[in-house]
Design a protein around this ligand. Structure first.
Ligand SMILES: [Zn+2]
Length: 504
């Protein structure tokens, strides 16, 4: 509440436009230019959507994670809001592995009882209720990659203690099982915690968890002195589930030059996910609602609310690779993709994906047209006198699958687990030396975890860029006219990078 009140006031003082929500948005008939659309997308409306997401989380075990009832309810809210604004919505379903730890413990029972810090591997099966209590045993070959590495060792029903290295964790889980072990503990072969994944589920795996190198050495030393009995308890849900993306697009605008916006609708299972990523979801939702009032667009605008981003960008990958396989031309018809993942961080920056790599060298290939997409945002911020900074064009959100397939992209970001610098505090306020979202991926990412000034600035940027690009993507791909769909009017960014470069 404290944060909320302070920042709302600041927003009025600084911006004075969209935050002054007395301009009843319902009467804004036709917000048909970028400034009008930015004004029509209000903080109050976005707050209504975010309150809805919070209420949904409250009513559904405190989260809106993929494959849960909270996600389903979030989807229904988005669909209901879109339909009321005149859109037809589409659900694209896909399967994923729901892998959720309910509780876990690892304890030495004897000779001297103590708890062990550990991290169960992703996709590990759980243990029976009550856990597995058994003696520890080490394979003859420390890395335990083959059942034969256990030759001469009495391993049946025991818990194998295995070193990291040589092969994948999944292979260690299979080898331990084949040798007859009941479970496995893998210790690191370097400093630091071991957070492993088996890459997917397999009925043949034994339950498996990771510990530090020091812990592994302590266990091996104790085993050398006599039998060590450990209890490993891992209660979890691992099962195939179905989730979905929601897609909606404007009726107006040429469909061979589509502007696409996306935000992930799912949150982590550990909290309501209001900044990550209710903020992006709500901002593009309100942009869609207001854009629905515009009579005529040059370019079609398509909105996506992605599922299962937090489990590895699954929804956006599914959508893009489904097109790659079944309708590759549909990707060529996307002029650019705009991504919004966290746009209301409490200790925010105003960040723009650094597609032109003016600050950060990108660790991924940046498609042609991405720099020009970035520039739509930066030109807007410059125009209104809003300071901004670059954030790395890393591919670590739902634009990854798009850029992998040559679709230009950019987006906005107010910061996650990075730390605010002195320079950023001078530009944006907030606290230097503190991370941008101290409640990132925690139960405290709730409605009080939103900086409304950041939402105001970013939602204006989203709306402005959306309308600018709906009018023209000329700077991105040379398309200027309101052509008929299917007309071979434009140079294709994907088909011919050379031709595109020559045009600019
Ligand atoms: Zn996110």
């Amino acid at each position: 509440m404290r944060l909320h009140r302070r920042t709302a006031t600041a927003a009025l003082a600084i911006c004075g436009l969209a935050a002054a929500a007395t301009a009843a948005p319902a009467t804004a008939a036709n917000p048909n230019n970028p400034d009008k659309l930015a004004k029509a997308v209000t903080v109050e409306a976005i707050r209504t959507h975010l309150n809805a997401f919070q209420s949904i989380a409250d009513a559904h075990d405190g989260n809106r994670g993929a494959g849960t009832s909270g996600y389903e309810a979030s989807g229904q809210y988005v669909e209901k809001t879109l339909r009321a604004a005149g859109y037809t919505t589409e659900r694209q379903y896909f399967d994923f592995v729901y892998d959720h730890v309910i509780s876990t413990s690892l304890d030495v029972v004897s000779p001297e009882a103590r708890a062990i810090t550990h991290a169960p591997m992703s996709y590990s099966p759980g243990t029976p209720v009550g856990g597995i209590t058994a003696e520890l045993v080490a394979p003859a070959v420390a890395t335990g990659c083959e059942a034969s590495d256990y030759a001469g060792v009495d391993v049946a029903g025991k818990i194998a203690v295995v070193s990291r290295g040589v092969c994948a964790f999944s292979q260690k889980a299979l080898a331990a099982a084949e040798a007859g072990a009941a479970a496995a503990i893998v210790y690191n072969n370097a400093d630091g915690a071991l957070n492993g994944t088996l890459g997917g589920i397999n009925d043949a795996f034994v339950p498996i968890t990771g510990v530090t190198q020091a812990e592994g050495q302590a266990l091996l030393a104790a085993m050398a002195a006599g039998p060590v009995v450990v209890k490993f308890d891992l209660q979890k849900t691992v099962e195939n589930r179905t989730t979905f993306n929601i897609i909606a697009e404007t009726k107006s605008g040429r469909d061979d030059n589509v502007v696409m916006l996306g935000a992930h609708l799912d949150g982590v299972h550990d909290g309501p996910g209001i900044n990550d990523n209710g903020s992006g979801s709500a901002s593009i939702l309100e942009t869609a609602v207001q854009l629905g009032k515009v009579n005529k667009l040059n370019n079609k605008v398509r909105f996506a609310w992605w599922g299962a981003e937090e489990l590895g960008l699954l929804g956006s990958e599914h959508w893009v690779y489904d097109k790659v396989e079944n309708d590759p031309a549909a990707l060529d018809r996307i002029a650019t993709y705009l991504n919004f993942d966290m746009v209301g961080s409490p200790n925010h920056i105003i960040g723009v994906y650094d597609a032109n790599q003016s600050t950060y060298e990108a660790p991924v290939d940046v498609p042609e047209g991405s720099s020009e997409t970035e520039q739509v945002f930066t030109d807007y911020f410059n125009k209104v006198g809003q300071p901004w900074v670059d954030t790395e064009f890393s591919g670590r959100s739902d634009y990854q699958a798009f850029i992998e397939n040559g679709v230009p992209a950019s987006g906005l970001f107010t910061g996650a687990d990075g730390t605010k610098t002195e320079a950023e505090a001078a530009m944006f306020g907030g606290t230097a030396g503190v991370i941008y979202d101290p409640n990132y991926h925690t139960p405290k990412d709730d409605i009080t975890n939103i900086n409304w000034e950041a939402i105001d600035i970013m939602s204006n940027g989203i709306a402005y860029a959306t309308m600018s690009l709906a009018q023209s993507t000329a700077t991105i791909n040379g398309v200027t006219s309101n052509g008929k769909s299917g007309k071979p009017a434009k140079p294709k960014k994907n088909a011919d990078f050379q031709g595109h470069s020559a045009l600019r």
